[in-house]
Design a binder for this molecule. Structure first.
Ligand SMILES: NC(=O)c1ccc[n+]([C@@H]2O[C@H](COP(=O)([O-])OP(=O)(O)OC[C@H]3O[C@@H](n4cnc5c(N)ncnc54)[C@H](OP(=O)(O)O)[C@@H]3O)[C@@H](O)[C@H]2O)c1
Length: 256
């Protein structure tokens, strides 16, 4: 497939690399920022554009990987008639593309992507299309570079995006808070890395609900109190610690 990448950020970079590795050709990169467009085009050894009117019309598929707010306005800038056009957003309806082309859909990577990463990660994808034929085309295309490819409509994709925010963005935020606490208290956050890896890895072997350990699930009230007191100089972290402890208590309390 000949691909036009609209956007030059995290998703355009990582999925472009995946597609190229699978033997597809990146034809052109677009970004409103010419430097960003030319830099990514250098990686793919292809052309670039920084003006909407210079987007070439000979690609087989146009992948729009731009900020969600900009995506809402895409039909003001882009008209591709019958070309196959997809976006990559979890929480934006595919119909945002209905005035861009008659053939459109979604390729949503269910992964946290950063353009700096060296080793390409495993990526599961949710795909959608506005007709059965387009959906089949998109699904077959994504199967050439995706690890697992599932069909999902707007509603199903939104729900999995919510779950993705909880498992990835929220846990990473907790890592960041714990890291700052360790730095402030002069203890070594890096000692926790095997624990972080083990907690994530063992989900392959069973439900998260069955894997819970720690003072809250055991209802060790004295230890919980000690931990809350140790956080007295960190009121917002203390509040969060208390709220999550209560959430764990409520969750397991139902089964007692
Ligand atoms: N990163 C992830 O982990 C991830 C995972 C799944 C889905 N997604 C979705 O993929 C899409 C792109 O995310 P991303 O992480 O790649 O974002 P990003 O790294 O911030 O890149 C956004 C791109 O959008 C361009 N852009 C910003 N405003 C624009 C406008 N008004 N018109 C045209 N282009 C504009 C930026 O141009 P400049 O070059 O000028 O900055 C940049 O190339 C989003 O819909 C996001 O929800 C992201």
């Amino acid at each position: 497939m000949k691909i036009s990448l609209i956007g030059s950020g995290n998703v355009a970079t990582v999925l472009g690399r995946k597609m190229q590795e699978a033997g597809h050709q990146i034809l052109q990169v677009f970004s409103p920022n010419e430097k960003h467009a030319s830099k990514l085009a250098g990686l793919f050894n292809c052309g670039y554009a920084s003006s909407w009117k210079n987007i070439e019309s000979n690609a087989d598929i146009y992948m729009i990987a731009i900020a969600d707010d900009a995506l809402q306005q895409i039909d003001k800038n882009l008209s591709l008639h019958h070309k196959l056009v997809v976006h990559t957003a979890g929480s934006v309806s595919k119909s945002v593309l209905k005035n861009v082309s008659t053939n459109y859909g979604v390729i949503y990577p269910l992964q946290s992507l950063r353009k700096e990463i060296q080793e390409l990660p495993k990526i599961n994808f949710l795909v959608d299309g506005n007709t059965e034929d387009d959906l089949t085309l998109i699904e077959d295309f994504v199967k050439t570079f995706g690890d697992k490819v599932e069909k999902a409509n707007d509603d199903e994709r939104l729900k999995l995006h919510v779950a993705a925010v909880i498992v990835s963005n929220f846990s990473n935020h907790l890592y960041a808070l714990a890291e700052k606490y360790c730095i402030d208290e002069k203890v070594d956050f890096n000692l926790l890395l095997p624990l972080i890896a083990e907690t994530a890895t063992r989900l392959q072997y069973g439900s998260a609900a069955k894997m819970q350990t720690g003072p809250a699930v055991r209802n060790d009230t004295e230890t919980i109190q000690k931990h809350l007191e140790a956080l007295h100089e960190y009121p917002s972290l203390q509040k969060l610690f208390d709220a999550i402890t209560k959430s764990i208590r409520d969750y397991y309390g139902e089964f007692e």
